[in-house]
Design a protein around this ligand. Structure first.
Ligand code: NAP
Length: 306
């Protein structure tokens, strides 16, 4: 049965991915939008989620694509109205609010899905399978991009709860937590521009529970070629997951992968969860970000101007 779905927050990711993927989906029909600024042809339009949920034909599912700071209230209202909820990443601005959402979803008998799109990049599952029987020796994660190119004019990303460079960095952490054994932070440095409430860079030293070091460098000041790489040395070979997980090399040999379909994968998963009456809320990537704020040193760097 096709699931009617409404989308809240018609910003960059909603337009780039959610709308086209939903229009192509055999499982969902996009029927409504809640947006303060825009409407979408063929969909009922509401200014707010309250209005959308109160409408006669309110859809059975809601995808929330706003910034994390404003997602909790919308998610709570949707779950309490008996709707299945898809959360864009990161699932919230704090761990506790997402824990609360898990309980609210359970109490209302609906699905809550905390999506991590990078886990659906084409090389990630193959990397996980290759690594699962090997002993990790060391890991390097480099996630370096140009914030001016990827996040022009996004004020929320620099505000408290916007997470700064962890907005992309959490994608690396979502991959790392999927393909590596448990790890935790030993030390870190978060670089905050003098005029901003969120970091522009983070250097993090994690270690696996078995003692293998994981060095992660996130930086938003990279111009020229962009880097989204995870390199893993094991007791029997080396793996490089690059371009955000869409390319995989094992011992220098490029692996043949399925075509890129991150958001198709996410919506397939959401449909399966709804049909099974289950939720999927893995907080481990967000927990590592919280740990970085808890355990990392803070240093001030040059002011950042758009
Ligand atoms: P964006 O372009 O700034 O869009 C966010 C949208 O949320 C706005 O256009 C706005 O839509 C709505 N909104 C509601 N309350 C808001 C508020 N107080 N401040 C700002 N916007 C508000 O952001 P985005 O890049 O789409 O990112 C949204 C979420 O998706 C983030 O959690 C991000 O990490 C995640 N994400 C982004 C990307 C990407 O490539 N950009 C990729 C994957 C995931 P209306 O004007 O329609 O109300």
């Amino acid at each position: 049965m096709v699931i009617h779905i409404g989308l809240v927050g018609l910003g960059k990711i909603a337009q780039d991915q959610h709308v086209p993927v939903l229009r192509d989906s055999p499982d969902f029909e996009l029927v409504a939008i809640a947006s303060r600024n825009q409407s979408l042809e063929g969909c009922a339009h509401f200014q707010t989620i309250e209005q959308l949920l109160a409408s006669d034909d309110a859809p059975a599912a809601i995808a929330l694509c706003q910034p994390p700071q404003v997602r909790f209230d919308a998610a709570r209202q949707a779950l309490e109205a008996g709707k299945h909820v898809f959360l864009e990443k990161p699932p919230g601005a704090t761990l506790s609010e997402v824990e609360a959402l898990k309980r609210i979803a359970r109490d209302n008998g609906v699905t809550l899905f905390a999506s991590w799109h990078s886990r659906y990049a084409s090389g990630v599952e193959a990397a996980r399978l290759w690594l699962q029987d090997r002993t990790i020796r060391r890991v390097e994660i480099e996630w370096k991009e140009d914030v001016r190119h990827w996040h022009p004019g996004q004020a929320w990303i620099w505000e408290a709860g916007g997470m700064g460079v962890f907005d992309p960095g959490i994608n690396a952490l979502s991959v790392a937590t999927r393909i590596l054994p448990d790890f935790y932070l030993q030390q870190g440095t978060l670089s905050f521009p003098a005029n901003r409430a969120a970091p522009i860079a983070a250097d993090l030293d994690f270690v696996t529970v078995d003692g293998a070091p994981i060095r992660a460098e996130f930086d938003w000041r990279q111009t020229g070629p962009q880097t989204w790489d995870v390199r893993v040395e094991t007791d029997s070979g080396k793996l490089v997951l690059s371009k955000g997980g869409s390319e995989l090399m094992i011992d220098g040999a490029a692996q043949t992968l399925p075509p890129e379909a991150e958001y198709h994968g996410l919506y397939d998963r959401f449909a399966a969860l709804v049909q099974a009456g289950e939720s999927d809320v893995d907080l481990s990537p967000l927990r590592h970000v919280a740990d970085a704020y808890l355990r990392g040193q803070r240093r001030e760097v040059e002011a950042f101007e758009d």
